[in-house]
Design a protein around this ligand. Sequence first.
Ligand SMILES: Nc1ncnc2c1ncn2[C@@H]1O[C@H](COP(=O)(O)OP(=O)(O)OP(=O)(O)O)[C@@H](O)[C@H]1O
Length: 333
Amino acid sequence: MAPVGPHPAVADVRRAVREALADIRRDALVLAACSGGADSLALAAALAFVAPRMGLRAGLLTVDHQLQPGSAERARQVAAIAKQLGLHPAEVLTVTVGTAGGPEAAAREARYAALAEAADRLQAAAVLLGHTRDDQAETVLLGLARGSGVRSLSGMAAEAGRYRRPLLDLPRSTTVRACRAQGLTPWDDPHNEDLRYTRVRVRRNVLPVLEQELGPGVAEALARTARMAREDADALDQWTEKAYQNCALSDIGGSVTLAVPELEKLPDAVRRRVLRRAAIAAGAPSGALSATHVLAVDRLVTRWRGQKAVDLPGGLSAVRRYGTLILAISPIA
Ligand SMILES: Nc1ncnc2c1ncn2[C@@H]1O[C@H](COP(=O)(O)OP(=O)(O)OP(=O)(O)O)[C@@H](O)[C@H]1O
């Protein structure tokens, strides 16, 4: 009799995890970050299966945000499932969520801080996150709606520092089926159904309409867009860095001087990135520097009519002096 292989969805998740761990050295510890939802539960189960076969150690971290009644008990249940799966260590990280930046951002900040602390303490080689292709599609749509550039359209990276996202090419439906096939009962976070959150509205209302009107495969196409946009953004970043080095006549703490004739040779996309890069080098806080600021500085290069200095965040100003553009703490002497 032919041996019965795993369910196709289970096999898909295991393959994705195996590929994501291919470069990790033997005996290293890999941790699954698991909320108990279908995506990260399927991820944890796949890690438990795959890691020992690759000579790796596998553990699990679950964060109790203490934001909902019963969250501590649920976190304990996730840790218990982890132990049954053979994941060790299986830790509950209890955090206190602040308020800065709104509830979602504050919870994310507390979660990543706890994951990073545990990963350092346990000397883990990698922490796996359960984001799927659908999460990626939602991220791209949210970026599009904000009117963002290619970097933002490139969504989430498959690998960023210690974090890896093995499921980024798999649909959420695969993780749901993988859990069912293994008898794992995921926890459905009520926040995932709460239509007050923009991301939930994108998931529940926007993507289904796009699929219905444009045909199936929209999520896949958006995830593909993210991959291509990431390559483009990486290339533009490299080009910008080279161009910056070429344009910068001086770059000394808090003051950057750029050569206007060199800036004029650059295509808009690169020149504006160079200007942004220069403003940050001069001390502008990147979060506060908007496209409008950069465009105003750009006009000192491309639409020069003797304008006055442009004010930038961080007490900076940009001023044109003959063939140079100076970005420095104002007032410029
Ligand atoms: N409480 C948590 N503890 C540990 N890891 C978490 C927690 N919440 C989220 N994560 C990690 O971040 C990933 C993305 O989280 P997000 O909140 O966007 O999705 P989710 O609906 O919780 O996903 P899942 O279906 O895996 O639970 C999860 O797949 C998981 O790896």
